[in-house]
Design a binder for this molecule. Structure first.
Ligand SMILES: Cc1ncc(COP(=O)(O)O)c(C=O)c1O
Length: 335
């Protein structure tokens, strides 16, 4: 689906120089390139703290654990995401409660979350975990209101949403904390696994830094169990270079999305939706928000035929996500 070499070629010398600089220092774990990337990332997002770690999955776990979510707690999230959105909640020792999505944006529906909060398990919920799926922010106006009204923490899964905005604020600067993934296919990507927690809370940032290093504040004194989930120097250096280009790359994605929109419209295939009748329902950018176009996702009743048609013409497509099954989640539980 994605030809990473096209991104690599124009900046390969800059990346090689950044990697060589890490080799010169022989400082491979955290260190200055990671700290520099964390500072630049926080500045770009307009958030107080950025804490690099070893994957988006770990970033989700770190954000939850730093926010004090653990055994006895339940967290409401979406069933329509990559498995890590749910597994991080389970890994933190909490229970995942699933609420349905908005059929137009595919994101967690605030009114469905409210129904879950009013249900039998609602009292056990200290946090909501919306996912900015495909690079579009979940309805943050409603989630902020819900969080304030009910005294709930809001943790964003922003794995797919570097550069997305909600009413002028960047994904990552919303709510209590956010988790980013820099998996190689993400908009902003490392040369391996990497992730980051962002937050405006001094306390949460300090806890995330402590938890990513075996719960250590002072060397060999382990205040909590924590984990080893540090960002390594090579990834910090590579991400530091790519951070300078991401705005341009996201603008190019936006232009491609606009072109798809125009071509579907010109072919008279576009339908208003949210459910398709004969043609294609196009993705829609919510007014007041900015889509990062991690994926351009369409709906069509002839999905498999269309995929065959595209494959025959060497055009890649994928189904994100066909099912979510495992760890007590059953197919059909939330159709
Ligand atoms: C929505 C979402 N959440 C979490 C993750 C987990 O990130 P990672 O693969 O870096 O662990 C991903 C990406 O894989 C994702 O797309």
């Amino acid at each position: 689906m994605l030809d990473l070499k096209r991104q690599y070629r124009p900046i390969h010398q800059e990346l090689l120089d950044a990697v060589a600089a890490v080799l010169e220092t022989q400082q491979f774990i955290l260190g200055e390139p990671v700290a520099a990337f964390e500072r630049a990332a926080a500045e770009q997002l307009g958030v107080a703290h950025a804490v690099g770690c070893s994957s988006g999955t770990d970033a989700l776990w770190l954000a939850l654990a730093a926010a004090g979510i653990g055994p006895g707690d339940a967290v409401v999230t979406t069933p329509f995401s990559f498995f890590a959105s749910v597994s991080a909640i389970l890994r933190a020792g909490a229970t995942a409660l699933l609420a349905d999505i908005d059929p137009a944006t595919f994101n967690l529906d605030p009114s469905a979350v409210e129904t879950v909060l009013n249900g039998p398990r609602g009292a056990a919920v200290p946090a909501i975990l919306p996912v900015h799926l495909y690079g579009q922010c979940a309805d943050w106006t409603s989630f902020s209101r819900l969080g304030k009204e009910r005294g709930l923490k809001l943790i964003q899964d922003a794995a797919q949403a570097w550069g997305a905005e909600w009413q002028g604020m960047k994904a990552g600067a919303l709510g209590d904390a956010a988790a980013f993934s820099f998996y190689p296919t993400k908009n902003l990507s490392a040369a391996g696994d990497a992730g980051m927690v962002t937050t405006n809370s001094d306390e949460l940032a300090e806890r995330a830094r402590m938890l990513r290093q075996h719960g250590m504040r002072r060397r060999y004194y382990h205040d909590e169990i924590g984990w080893n989930t540090r960002l390594d120097g090579f990834q910090g250096a590579i991400l530091g270079v790519k951070l300078k280009y991401i705005a341009g790359w996201n603008a190019a994605r936006r232009a491609v999305a606009a072109r798809y929109d125009a071509l579907f419209a010109a072919a008279e295939l576009a339908e208003p939706g949210p459910y398709p009748a004969h043609g294609v329902v196009l993705p829609r950018e919510v007014p007041g928000s900015r889509h990062a176009w991690h994926q351009y996702v369409i709906r069509t009743p002839r999905r498999d035929q269309l995929r065959e048609f595209l494959a025959a013409r060497k055009i890649g497509s994928e189904i994100y996500y066909p099912v979510l099954e495992g760890s007590g989640l059953r197919r059909g539980q939330l159709p």
